[in-house]
Design a protein around this ligand. Sequence first.
Ligand SMILES: *Cc1c(COP(=O)(O)O)cnc(C)c1O
Length: 404
Amino acid sequence: MNDIHDLLAPYQSDLTDCEIETLAVRAGQYRTQEQEHSEAIFPSSSYVFRSAAEAAATFSGEHPGNVYSRYTNPTVRTFEERLAAMEGAEACAATASGMAAIYAVAIAHLKAGDHVLCSRSVFGSTIVLFEKFLRKFNVDIDYVNPVDADDWAAHCKPETRLFFLESPSNPMAEVADIEALARIAGAANALLVVDNCFCTPVIQQPLALGADLVVHSATKYIDGQGRCLGGAVVGSHELIEPVIGVLRSAGPTMSPFNAWVFTKGLETLSLRMKAHSDNASILAGWLQQHPKVKQVNFCGLASHPQYELIQKQQSLPGGVLSFEVAGGREEAWKVIDATRMISITANLGDAKTTITHPGTTTHGRLSEAERLAAGITQGLIRVAVGLENINDVRKDLARGLDAL
Ligand SMILES: *Cc1c(COP(=O)(O)O)cnc(C)c1O
C-alpha cells in the first residue's frame, strides 16, 4: 500500500514508547512546509494535481495523496490517528456522529440472517437503529443483561455475529465484564463491539480486554465542551477497512472543522476525565449520606455491586451518576426545577454539569415495565458532573433536596 505519511514526515515527533497523555497531545500530527506548531485545519472538499497523469495515479491508489474529503481529509486523519493511538488500535474511522459510527459497524459487518446480542442498557437511538432499520434487512436482535455473562452465553445462536454493549451503562452504572464477554463472543465467532463513550480510552481500553471494535460518540467527552457532533470506530485494519468502505460510499464522514475540535479535545482529555471523576466522587459521597436520597448509582462508590470488577477494568469512575430521591416523579422534578445553575438537558460529557429525569426524557418512550426492568424508577435523577467548583453544584442540588 502506498503511504501518505512518506509525504508528511519532516516535522513529526518521535512517539516511540510514549504514554497515553503524550499520544493525546502529539499523535497523528503531520506538519506542512509552513512549519505550523498547532494542528492545521483543511476545509477542502477536493485536492489538486499537477497533471492528468498524477490525478490518474492518485485516483488508482498508485500514488499516495488525497482525492476527495469523503474518502480522506488531512484534519480528519489527524483525529483518527490520535484516537487510534490512545485506544491502542491499528486503525480508526471517524464519523459524522456516534450513531453514524454504530450504523457503519452494523452495515459493514452484518448481513441478512445474522443475529445480534445487545445489552438491554444501551443508548436509546441504538435500540431504534436496530429495531426500526436492522430488522427491516432481516437481522434479528436479542437484548440481554449486561452484567450477567451467562445470559449472553445462553442467548448465543449459530447466527450470532455481533455482541454490542456500553459499560458502564446509562443511567444505572451497570458494569459489563468485557474480558468475560470477549471470551464468549470469541467462542461464538461473533465480534464484541463496545461503545466506550462514557469512559473514553483514558479510563477504559476495551481492545486490550479482548473487544474487537470500539465505537465512540465524540460529541460527549472527546469534545468535552458540547460544541460538535462526531463519532469514531476503532480496531484492527482488517475490521476497520469494511467500515471505511461504508463511510466512503454512504457518506456519514466527519467534517474537518469538527475533527479539529475533537483533536484539540483529546489533548486535555486525561485531565478532564480525572476532574470529572473527582467532582462526581465528591458529589456521590454527599448524595449517599443525604436523608432524602434512597440510592446512588456510581462506579466510584465502594457500595457498587461490581466494585471489584470496576477496579480491574476502569482507571477512574467517570463523571456520570444517578440517584433516586424518596418519593416519585413529583419529588424528582422538584429537585431538578429548584436548580439555578445546573443545565436541564440530556447531554453529557460537557464542562457544564447537566441534570435529567430519565423516566420522562431519555427513557420516556419505554413502557413502565421495561423501565422498571432496567431499574429506572420515577424518582431517579441523572447528573453528568461537569468541571465547575463541586461545592456550587452541591449547593444547587441541595436547594431542591433539602426542601423535599
Ligand atoms: C450520545 C451517545 C451516542 C450517540 O452519539 P451521537 O454523537 O449523539 O450520535 C451513542 N452512545 C452513547 C453511549 C451516547 O451517550
